[in-house]
Design a protein around this ligand. Structure first.
Ligand code: PLP
Length: 399
């Protein structure tokens, strides 16, 4: 597996046949400049030291590994653990990547960050690092998401960012990425701080690099506590950054089963889902080759999930490769199952999860009863759910 991954990475920006860079001519020099800056930063110990310092002193890393005793007991079967990215400053894994990329932007002499956001967690994390590093910040967000993730819009504004509400198409994450990419092409002085392990090379590799701290810590913490690795590692997959962040530390451990959870929305039998790996096919979106949900005319399909951070018609290219190579498996969870899991985690463990993360929790809850007492499941709890209370509480009759 190790040698296979090395070979994959040797083909610049490709994971098997996925990834690469399929962009307009005028954008490629910008990506080449980014790749050169990234490679120079990666060879610089001072860059790594500053990244690590900020993760510790500003983000509050390492994030906890939590054993969920009540759920493990109530569900019978296996034992259930959470990697607590919800405890990070700003409340999600997104901050790890924004710190890394903002340091890179600073090193490149850029003065303005632009970003897309769906759930608003990446937008908030970008606005946060822009304030920290004294940069201008513009966030593109679909108008539907501006409504359903209102608390995060207020946070971004408080932090000094301009939030541009994108009002075309479905007015969700895909359109936010379209608008941010367009602004990036138009303005050479900006740095596009992409929020997931998607986009043309070098973004997927760079984002994984900044998020792999999740898996690195989780592996060490699990070994220290349990004296062995987890049997199952589970994470939700939107673009795939929290998932690849935790998966990357376990890919070479053949005994660890790796499971990504996609949003089945109102059901895979309807068109109202965003389960790209399960229902899509290979194609190109936003400048890279991956699985894509498409219409008959080849255009990206309208997608839907209750969770604003998961409704994207593409997926990170490394996940497409991990699925095709058989190293990871991908499943899906409906809106209703995610909302139920949200409530179970609140009521059983006193932890309010993001709706995105609730998808991963829901799949783990389905698995637990069938496992033996010795088996363990580790879920990446990618974020906290304060932002989702307005949409979830009415569904639970708790308005
Ligand atoms: C808390 C949380 N988890 C997961 C995601 C999905 O993104 P990714 O698949 O890149 O981790 C988001 C996206 O906004 C998020 O806010």
């Amino acid at each position: 597996m190790k040698s296979m991954r090395k070979e994959v990475e040797a083909r610049k920006g490709y994971f098997g046949t996925f990834g690469g860079s399929y962009v307009p001519e005028q954008l490629q020099p910008r990506l080449d400049e980014l790749e050169a800056a990234l490679s120079s930063a990666m060879g610089d110990d001072l860059f790594a030291m500053e990244f690590t310092r900020l993760l510790k002193e500003y983000v509050g890393r390492p994030s906890a590994l939590t054993y969920c005793e009540n759920i493990s007991r109530n569900y019978g079967g296996g034992r259930f653990f959470l990697k607590r990215e919800d405890l990070n400053h700003t409340g999600a894994h997104k901050i790890n990547n924004t710190i890394g990329q903002a340091l890179l932007a600073k090193r490149m002499g850029k003065k303005e960050l632009i970003a897309e956001t769906g759930a608003g967690m990446h937008g908030t994390a970008t606005a946060t690092v822009a304030a920290l590093m004294g940069m201008k910040c513009t966030i593109y967000m679909g108008a539907v998401d501006v409504q359903r993730q209102a608390p995060n819009v207020l946070r971004m504004k408080a932090l000094g960012a301009e939030v541009v509400s994108v009002k075309h198409g479905q007015q969700t994450l895909k359109e936010a990425v379209d608008a941010a990419l367009e602004a990036y092409v138009m303005n050479p002085d900006t740095f596009y701080l992409l929020g997931s392990a998607v986009g043309p090379h070098p973004f997927p590799t760079m984002v994984r690099g900044f998020q792999r701290v999740i898996g690195g810590e989780a592996r060490e913490q699990f070994l220290a506590r349990e004296g062995k690795l987890p049997d199952h590692v589970v994470a939700c997959v939107g673009g795939g950054s929290n998932a690849i962040g935790i998966f990357s530390a376990f890919l070479d451990d053949a005994n660890v089963k790796i499971i990504g959870v996609e949003p089945a929305g109102r059901g895979l039998e309807t068109k109202e889902h965003a389960a790209t790996l399960m229902k899509g096919k290979p194609g190109i979106i936003h400048g890279f080759r991956t699985y894509v949900l498409t219409e008959d005319d080849g255009e990206p399909s309208p997608v839907y999930s209750i969770s604003a951070g998961l409704d994207y018609p593409g997926v990170g290219p490394e996940h497409a490769h991990l699925m095709e190579s058989g190293r990871a498996s991908y499943v899906s969870v409906t809106d209703d199952e995610a909302v139920d899991a949200f409530q179970v985690l609140c009521r059983s463990e006193g932890i309010i999860p993001a709706l995105e993360s609730s998808h991963a929790v829901a799949h783990a809850l389905k698995m637990l009863p069938a496992l033996s007492k010795e088996e363990t499941v580790l879920v990446n709890l990618s974020g906290r759910g304060d932002k989702d209370l307005d949409s979830v509480l009415p569904l639970l009759g708790l308005e």
